[in-house]
Write a protein that binds this ligand. Structure first.
Ligand code: SF4
Length: 116
């Protein structure tokens, strides 16, 4: 059995996930906690945020980006490495794709801010 804090909402329920009993979850106040507890142990996913270089912007030299959807947690470092070679040119709109397929997941990195 493994104990986790559910991070899906601010209530922060203390979950118990029984890995020896088909990942049965206890301690959750709602169904979302059951899904979170099971997925966190079987296939943890994360939204990744970072910044990339941008040239020609009056605002900043880095542009904030994030994965459009959560990606498998074990791919986070590989995903971050992909951003090292990205260099944007202003102007750019919020939601622009900067990496179109992170490590074969089909999920892109997108800008989270438009910059001129
Ligand atoms: S189990 Fe439900 S109520 Fe409890 S923290 Fe998770 S989402 Fe919130």
């Amino acid at each position: 059995m493994i104990e986790l804090i559910c991070i899906v909402c601010p209530r922060g329920c203390r979950l118990k996930v029984y890995t020896d009993n088909n990942f049965k979850v206890a301690g959750n106040e709602c169904e979302r906690g059951e899904v979170y507890g099971r997925d966190e142990l079987k296939n943890p996913m994360r939204v990744v945020t970072s910044t990339v270089k941008i040239t020609g912007s009056k605002i900043n030299r880095r542009c904030p980006v994030k994965t459009l959807n959560p990606i498998p947690k074990h791919l986070i470092f590989d995903a971050m490495r992909l951003l090292n070679s990205v260099e944007l040119t202003a102007p750019i709109e919020s939601g622009s794709i900067v990496v179109d397929d992170i490590c074969g997941t089909g999920i892109p990195f997108v800008t989270t801010r438009g910059m001129s």
